[in-house]
Design a protein around this ligand. Sequence first.
Ligand code: DQA
Length: 146
Amino acid sequence: MPSILVLHGPNLNTLGKREPEHYGSETLDDVNNRLMEKGEKWGCHVDTFQSNIEGELINQIHASMGKYDAIIMNPGAYTHYSYAIFDAIQAVSVPVIEVHISNVHTREPFRHTSVIAPACKGQIVGFGTKSYDLALEAVREWIEGV
Ligand code: DQA
């Protein structure tokens, strides 16, 4: 059975309360539970992890080797400046799909750059919390060779 890790970066623990005009009203638990249910229906195991600490996210990426088939990651603001996360993704052979809830390209200029994107397999941006679902679907089709 394929295994997928969903990683959420800083401030995503406040989903549902935080700037709902950008991030909607669902909580992180709502998102995680839905992804785990979808995974179960599709026959893949989904684990989730959130941290406000860069090194903890990096440790998860390192530990994913041999354990997960793919990582779906919303690196939060680390997207825009964390070369350490870029390096961590480069250091493992697990494909990473970068996800953003908001359309970062319509927001402040500093959000238009992802330093992580060149290390990722792909990006899904701007579909609200559904961005995660779309990433899960993309991973599934990619794993199944659809
Ligand atoms: C975000 C966009 C980032 O710019 C921001 O710092 C976040 C959330 C998104 O999902 O839209 O924390 O990654």
